[in-house]
Design a protein around this ligand. Structure first.
Ligand SMILES: *Cc1c(COP(=O)(O)O)cnc(C)c1O
Length: 404
């Protein structure tokens, strides 16, 4: 993805051309970039021969998940819907893990019937329900238990999940109690210890602390877990200023852990696989100068891309066509939705824009389309995949007739 003669291209296709073909707003992914991210992940962690389960919640596009499956990944799902989607995409149930704090009895029954690899349970009550279902079926179910390692992921507080005041996982004491009790269960087999301390983690130190907590509890329990599921959370670089996760340091810490514990490693990356592979292209409907600020009112809105409104996340915005005008402007990029949080970015020294110009938001592949909604009764945007010169429609624009 880069400018060629001041026009932005995704692989061999210009955004200008795509905008003409599909109209705006639309999501556009690079196949090459997805492939590279998976190769990069494998080159950093492949030596552990891990099972890599793509976190489906980061992107729920069926056709995209098919591509990711073909590149070898399994799935981490957090609802029956995501489980159905992963299976429909052709992912083997033996490569699927099911996480989440509130799986209902019917969701659990569905997962058990599909014989997925692991249900990662997050509470004693849930374990009791799984045991009840297994008993009724007179079968054994493999589970993981999610530990809350009380580790600060040093990320946005809204996407931090591994501290004791977060709802996720069980504390050390409960964990030990559960494993000890389940050793005697005829219907449940504890096969996995799982952790996931948060998302958009750009420092390896929280991971080191997490591994230390896992190491400590395994030593205390003297229990052999067939799997240790380290979750996802690897951060990406949303702007030039942002830190990058040092994969080598994280990988070294796992290597040290592996020397002591022979468990198979599972990862559940979402953002690091898909985050930087997509753009959201949008047209400027109006420019509005209210004396203190110039608002750029886009045809994309928080219903298309929720992260800025939800977490105050910042996604870089760039022009589809660079102009050579000397004068630069300060702009506030907003959407047309009737909420003051429907705002993408304040940008200083942007090239001078005019109504009808095209711009795009960067790094929208993860938690972009999957968090989109029909708020203000706006149809969801199409999703396009570019592979060299090939243009593939992953999902069409919703039709208003179908959502009203
Ligand atoms: C969201 C989530 C992930 C993926 O997180 P990323 O930051 O996208 O890698 C992995 N595991 C669990 C349990 C999750 O909830």
């Amino acid at each position: 993805m880069r400018y060629i003669n001041n026009n932005y291209f995704i692989e061999n296709v210009s955004l200008q051309r795509l905008a003409k073909k599909f109209s705006t707003p639309f999501y556009c992914y690079s196949y090459e970039k997805i492939k590279k991210n998976i190769q990069n992940f494998n080159s950093k962690f492949g030596k552990f021969s891990p099972l890599v389960c793509f976190a489906i919640k980061s992107n729920t596009n069926l056709n995209l998940i098919r591509e990711i499956k073909n590149l070898g990944l399994g799935a981490d799902v957090v609802s029956k819907g995501e489980l159905m989607l992963a299976i429909k995409a052709g992912i083997s149930p033996k490569k699927i893990v099911f996480s989440g704090v509130g799986k209902t009895e019917s969701e659990l029954l569905y997962a058990i019937n599909k014989k997925i690899l692991l249900i990662n349970s997050e509470s004693e009550s849930e374990i009791n329900i799984i045991e009840k279902i297994a008993k009724k079926k007179n079968s054994t179910v493999d589970i993981g238990i999610r530990l809350n390692p009380n580790t600060d992921a040093k990320t946005l507080k809204q996407i931090s999940t591994g501290k004791k005041d977060n709802k996720f996982g069980v504390d050390e004491k409960t964990f030990i109690k559960l494993v000890s009790r389940l050793k005697k269960s005829k219907f449940l087999k504890v096969k996995c210890l799982s952790v996931h301390i948060g998302s958009q983690i750009t420092n390896h130190k929280p991971y080191e602390k997490m591994l230390a907590a896992v190491d400590k509890i395994i030593d205390k329990l003297k229990f052999k877990f067939e799997y240790v599921d380290l979750g996802g959370g690897m951060g990406i670089s949303y702007g030039k200023k942002q830190n990058k996760l040092n994969y080598n340091k994280y990988s070294n810490a796992i290597e040290k852990f592996k020397k002591k514990h022979a468990s198979k490693i599972i990862f559940e990356p979402g953002r690091s696989i898909i985050g930087d592979t997509a753009l959201l292209v949008s047209k400027i409907i109006y420019l509005k100068d209210n004396n203190s600020k110039v608002f750029v009112i886009l045809d994309a809105a928080m219903n298309d891309m929720m992260r800025p409104a939800l977490y105050g996340a910042e996604h870089q915005i760039l022009p589809v066509k660079k102009n050579k005008l000397k004068s630069k402007k300060n702009y506030e990029f907003v959407g047309p939705i009737c909420e003051s949080t429907d705002k993408f970015l304040s940008s200083k020294n942007f090239q001078k824009l005019k109504e009808g110009d095209l711009v795009f938001l960067c790094d929208v592949g993860a938690y972009g389309s999957s968090l989109s909604s029909n708020y203000n009764l706006r149809p969801k945007s199409p999703e396009i995949l570019i592979n060299k010169s090939k243009i593939k429609v992953l999902k069409k624009r919703q039709r208003l007739e179908n959502i009203i």
